[in-house]
Design a protein around this ligand. Structure first.
Ligand code: F3S
Length: 779
């Protein structure tokens, strides 16, 4: 069996002493009387320079929240297998021998759920072998802890091994905030942001506002931690948390299990929050003990429990002010069912039957799925087990197909040891691999439901967008706690209320479930699981080769982008004028393209295919005004095809767009792909902030119309030169820029604005942020 290397153990304890020192600096800058929330304490104690990030705001009289740009140094990075590919390829291009912060990779997204772990896992490993081999080999070379396929879902593995009160980490997955259940600030980001931390470049975040959720009372009966976030999602809606960190406080916090708090934090992603977190509570100590994290337990004990100023790090100040406060009474909370198609359509269980009738939702459902990163704790599973035992005792079997996804090998092995899995299997349940499976669309349904067929399923997962689980946009996915999903699976009916309704047993007697009971933690601690699922030691082996086949169509080494030319840009072609919304999904579509995430040339064939042509109203139809056909007409083609044609002709180009260009996600492919195909400038009415930063990191210049009306006049076929851009870049972002636009009927000067900082000017001149770093490293 592999044992944890000493270096791994040390890297799993946040640097509490240093954080406390930084926190003192924070109070010095903000004023000793300042009262801080826990989120602020953790974030600000991870600043590179407290003065640089906080002082200018306070001196100018601005409050930090919502204004300051924080330059942060996270403690660690975690990546899932799909997003890790491009992040690693970018990291490799810097030529560093190891990652600057402890990093881990988790192979969970590419494993199918179909017939059960024993069959599905080997098949998925074979199907994705080249990707797993690449990730493992790169992990060995750079000292990254590699959790192989079958080891578990990233967020569950992080909770069990890396999450810690006061930790700040980045994860390349939306549900990274799961670690907030153990008092960490854990933020979901794109691969390029993870690379910032891995190369020790400051990771920038606009100081979030803090939304306080005050919990009162105590859960009882059927109500579960999941219901807290299901109710909150209904109150806040999917956008309500944007720009906020959700911080839980109040007496109810101290009644929750650590894993229950993780479930609640996990789904903060569903309301758009930057992250969610809980303060230190006593329930964290037995969780750390059960997961065998004794060194961390000792440290947390010192900083959380002993008296003195040290214990101020892991809790909010008594008079801390929140920007907004929502109160939830746990004692009166009832189970909720959210969906279909959006996680904020929240219905209390007692009203769900009526909702089904009113909305004409299906009255039967075909599958109940429990587990996943959201809800596979010991508490969740033993409460579900209790429901199954109640039903089995009276001879009932689930009417719907019943699937169980353990979140990690540790939880699977523990549930196997304690016979919980046996209970599920004997009742007809299928235990899937310790991986995402149906939660990320990797579900091969075998129940004959065809695509387009309206049907319903219940899951204890976190997301329920159309097509999320089985690729069928007509599948209505209702979210609920594992115990509710399990109980309802016995009725197979959406109008069954397990709290009040009965099911006839085989002998004809009506049976009603009692409220479930379970255990927060296994009395014998967690089992370690199979040794082959343990991670490698996080020690770099510089001579280890990184395995990428030159003939692979899924992986390709990244070639550095060319630096900015020594002078103004001239002869830029307008590839496309986009009409309306242009999200990162419009620029780099997901779905089947995800397969090519590690192969920039191949995935670039989806560039902008969702964009609407402002001049013709067509989608993904571009016209080559610069290479007219014999008829004199511009030939038409798909956008990526035209971009590639120009790339091969050595011609650079630009895109013209409307407001909020690049909204949606931090997907770095949306910046990498246009850059790869030859884009130099994006000219828009406005940009989504994260995408604008990503463009600059990849060496593309984002420019904003000074006069939005000029959007109307620029057309495909114009030839554009920059005026003042080169000088502005050389002056570290200072100076005016305009564009000279040569049109068929004359010339036009367009005034533009930009937000390019000194650092970012350096990225653009070098060709990309990573080029600049590689130059500094002398590679
Ligand atoms: Fe995402 Fe996997 Fe959880 S898909 S939501 S990390 S189970």
């Amino acid at each position: 069996a592999k044992t944890l290397a000493a270096s791994n153990v040390a890297s799993r304890i946040p640097p509490y002493k240093g954080l406390l020192r930084k926190l003192k600096e924070v109070y010095n800058v903000l004023g000793r009387e300042t009262q801080l929330t826990l989120a602020e304490k953790i974030l600000y104690s991870h600043l590179y320079s407290v003065e640089e990030s906080l002082l200018s705001n306070t001196q100018s009289g601005k409050v930090v929240r919502g204004n300051a740009t924080l330059k942060l140094k996270p403690d660690r990075v975690a990546m899932q297998d799909a997003s890790a590919q491009m992040a690693l390829l970018q990291f490799m291009s810097c030529g560093l021998p190891s990652t600057a912060v402890p990093t881990s990779i988790h192979c969970d997204h590419m494993i199918v759920g179909e017939r059960g772990a024993d069959v599905d896992l080997p098949a998925s490993i074979t199907g994705n072998k080249e990707v797993f081999d690449f990730l493992e080999s790169a992990a060995k070379k750079y000292g990254i802890e590699f959790w192989p396929p079958g080891a578990g879902i990233i967020h569950q593995t992080v909770l069990e091994n890396y999450a810690a009160p006061g930790l700040m980490m980045l994860g390349t997955d939306s549900h990274t905030p799961n670690a907030g259940g153990l008092g960490a600030i854990a933020i979901g980001v794109g691969g390029a942001d993870a690379v910032d931390a891995m190369v020790d470049a400051p990771w920038e975040l606009k100081a979030p506002r803090i939304l306080g959720v005050k919990l009162q009372g105590q859960l009882s009966g059927w109500a579960a931690p999941k219901d807290v976030i299901m109710k909150l999602a209904g109150l806040l809606t999917v956008r309500g948390g944007t720009g906020f960190i959700i911080e839980y406080f109040g007496p109810g916090v101290h009644t929750l299990s650590c894993t229950g708090m993780a479930t609640i934090s996990n789904m903060g992603a569903e309301v758009g929050a930057t992250t969610s977190l809980f303060p230190f509570t006593q329930s964290m100590m037995p969780y750390l003990r059960s997961t065998h994290r004794f060194d961390l337990l000792r440290e947390v004990g010192i900083y959380a429990l002993l008296s003195g100023e040290g214990n101020q790090l892991l809790r909010a100040d008594p008079e801390a002010l929140y920007d907004e406060v929502v109160t939830i009474d746990l004692s009166s909370l009832e189970p909720h069912i959210n969906g279909p198609f959006t996680p904020d359509l929240s219905t209390p269980l007692s009203q769900f039957k009526d909702a089904v009738k009113i909305n004409k939702w299906p009255e039967s459902f075909g599958a109940g799925l429990i587990g996943s990163c959201t809800n596979s704790s010991y508490q969740d599973m033993t409460r579900a087990e209790n429901i199954v035992k109640q039903a089995s005792a009276v001879g009932l079997e689930p009417k719907a197909d019943f699937f169980i996804t353990p979140g990690s090998e540790q939880i699977r092995a523990t549930l196997a040891r304690d016979s919980t899995l046996e209970t599920f299997s004997s009742a007809g349940g299928t235990v899937l691999a310790n991986a995402c499976g149906p939660c990320i669309g990797q579900w091969k349904r075998t129940d004959g439901v065809s695509k387009g067929e309206t049907n319903a399923i219940f899951s204890s997962y976190n997301r329920n967008f159309k097509g999320r689980n089985d690729g069928n946009p007509s599948t209505m996915n209702f979210l609920a706690s594992p115990e509710i999903v399990t109980a309802m699976s016995y009725a197979g009916s959406t109008i069954f209320n397990p709290l009040t309704d009965t099911i006839p047993t085989p002998s004809g007697n009506p049976f009603q479930f009692s409220p479930p009971s379970g255990l927060d933690l296994p009395s014998a601690g967690f089992a370690q699981g199979k040794p082959e699922f343990a991670p490698n030691p996080g020690v770099p082996s510089p001579d280890h080769p990184v395995i990428i086949s030159p003939t692979s169509d899924r992986l390709a080494v990244l070639e550095p982008f060319a630096p900015f030319p020594a002078g103004e840009l001239e002869g830029l072609r307008v590839l496309y004028k986009v009409k309306g919304q242009c999200t990162t999904d419009t620029i780099s579509a997901a779905g089947p393209w995800l397969k090519y995430k590690g192969h920039l040339p191949n995935i670039s064939a989806n560039t902008l295919i969702g964009a609407v042509n402002a001049e013709t109203g067509e989608t993904n139809i571009a016209y080559d005004h610069y290479n007219l056909a014999e008829s004199g007409e511009p030939p038409k083609s798909g956008i990526p095809q035209l971009a590639e044609k120009w790339k091969n002709q050595g011609k650079e180009w630009m895109v013209v767009a409307e407001s909020n260009y690049g909204e949606g996600s931090a997907r770095e492919h949306a910046a990498l792909q246009p850059r790869y195909l030859g884009a130099r400038v994006i000219l828009a009415k406005g940009f989504a902030r994260i995408h604008e930063t990503n463009l600059k990191k990849q060496g593309i210049v984002p420019l904003v119309f000074d006069n939005e009306g000029d959007y109307e006049t620029v057309r495909a076929g114009d030839v554009v030169s920059t005026i003042g851009l080169y000088d502005m870049l050389r002056n570290g972002g200072k100076g005016d820029v305009s564009l000279k636009c040569e049109k068929k009927d004359g010339e036009q000067i367009i005034k533009v604005r930009h937000t390019i900082s000194k650092d970012q000017a350096g990225f653009i001149l070098a060709g990309s942020a990573l080029n600049l770093l590689a130059k500094k490293e002398g590679t």
